[in-house]
Design a protein around this ligand. Structure first.
Ligand code: SF4
Ligand code: SF4
Length: 434
């Protein structure tokens, strides 16, 4: 934010805006699309009910109370209600602003502040701390301690802790941080030059996915640059209401990607892509960055969206698997990218595609929602895995690392141990068989 912006400006600008709230005509057509309303049947945990509470808070008729915070926190920010809404309510923007407002006016207990300050302020933005955390996780896994914990179910008496352990991201050494600053040449004639957003946690927990993404882009004639100086995109911060921290991270990425002359800025994480495409809004009140943020955002593409538009290289080998596809909320509802991942999968020779019932209903991952609202998250995941079982698919495919973690835990806990892959991992396997 510009240096002249005061704390009261921030409270005014970062809370739900009246013109956005006024779009809701309270018709209720979004209710059945909302995972928390479907689960609980409680109006205050529906999109319409949450907007009603935001209106009351904005008018000063309702305090920013614990109850208000609970209803806003229980929202997945999945934006399914945006897709369902005939009035064009931008619910994602509203709930992010409501969380930012709560963050600014309602102090949290000191322990929450300390944990959030460390995770959002120190860990996620720091490659060296992420590497340290990744090495400790790798040790936990490599020594067999994780296998022992899971086999003995030693955490069962602690209920939620056992579920959280299942959701723990893996550490994949060597970490993708080693590739930062590198340029990977196109295979064959160069069709595009792209800047690749490697993420934060993905460098540690999805290093092989990032490598597969680079290979698939190369196979499709792309020169792939992984710019030095890039970092966490700020998506988790925006969802948590920490917009000023998100702005700092966004500015860092604007600098890192400023001079590459990229045809596109590509990400393989739907949650990150949604926020990267909204950098213009995030920095609209910062005169020093607004223009650059708009130019950056206009270039951002999800990798599936980018490959489908470029025209996929079809020199692939046979891949005789049966797959179903789970839409990532921030791809389907946030970016309106639905057809492209399916088109890419259906282009793979030998692959059988089975549509998943309610494929665009959230799996319960939603950033760090599964860690914070574990009970609701697990209820949604169990239903998702029941749906996946009806397809008979041996592989569940999605387009977001967070959803992959959640679905992998679901396949082990409630499913049939199906494989869970990203769309580009399926393509990568098919190219390797060519
Ligand atoms: S958010 Fe849209 S669909 Fe839902 S009640 Fe408001 S106007 Fe109707
Ligand atoms: S974002 Fe998702 S969970 Fe939140 S109100 Fe909308 S549909 Fe419901």
């Amino acid at each position: 934010m510009a240096a002249s912006t005061t704390a009261s400006d921030l409270i005014r600008l970062d809370q739900p805006q009246q013109k956005d709230l006024d779009r809701c005509v309270h018709c209720g057509l979004c209710l059945n699309a909302c995972p928390t309303y479907r689960e609980l049947g409680v109006e205050m945990d529906s999109p319409r009910g949450r907007i009603y509470q935001m209106v009351q808070v904005a008018a000063g008729r309702l305090p920013v109370s614990d109850t208000y915070q609970e209803h806003i926190d229980l929202c997945l920010a999945c934006r399914a209600c945006e897709t369902a809404c005939p009035s064009g309510v931008q619910y994602g923007k509203l709930v992010e602003a409501a969380r930012a407002h709560i963050e600014m006016v309602k102090p949290r207990p000191w322990i929450d502040r300390a944990v959030r300050g460390f995770v959002y302020g120190r860990l996620l933005p720091s490659p060296s701390l992420m590497t340290l955390a990744g090495n400790l996780t790798a040790l936990y896994q490599a020594t067999g301690l994780q296998r022992l914990v899971r086999a003995t179910r030693i955490l069962k008496p602690f209920g939620r802790l056992e579920q959280l352990e299942r959701l723990m991201p893996p550490a994949e050494r060597p970490f993708f941080f080693d590739q930062t600053g590198r340029t990977f040449p196109a295979h064959g004639e160069r069709r595009a030059r792209v800047g690749f957003v490697a993420g934060c946690l993905a460098n540690v927990s999805f290093a092989r996915l990032n490598e597969a993404t680079v290979r698939v882009l190369q196979r499709n004639g792309c020169e792939v640059v992984v710019p030095a100086g890039q970092g966490c995109c700020g998506a988790l911060h925006v969802h948590a209401g920490l917009r000023e921290l998100a702005r700092d991270l966004a500015r860092r990425n604007l600098d890192a990607f400023a001079t590459g002359g990229y045809d596109a800025i590509v990400t393989n994480a739907a949650g990150c892509g949604s926020t990267l495409k909204e950098y213009a809004e995030l920095l609209e009140h910062d005169p020093a960055s607004a223009e650059r943020a708009a130019a950056f955002a206009a270039r951002v593409r999800d990798v599936t969206e980018f490959l489908a538009a470029l025209g996929l290289n079809r020199e692939m080998g046979q891949l005789p698997i049966t797959v179903t596809y789970q839409d990532s909320c921030h791809l389907a509802h946030g970016q309106r990218v639905r057809i492209q991942p399916r088109q890419l999968l259906e282009a793979v020779p030998g692959l059988k595609f089975k549509e998943l019932p309610l494929a665009d209903l959230c799996c319960g991952s939603a950033g760090v929602y599964n860690v914070q609202q574990t009970e609701m998250s697990m209820a949604l995941l169990e239903k998702k895995m029941q749906m996946a079982a009806t397809t008979g698919a041996d592989t569940i495919v999605t387009a977001n690392p967070g959803c992959m973690l959640q679905l992998r835990a679901g396949a082990a806990m409630f499913g049939r141990n199906q494989r869970v892959l990203h769309v580009v991992e399926v393509l990568d396997e098919a190219y390797r068989k060519a």
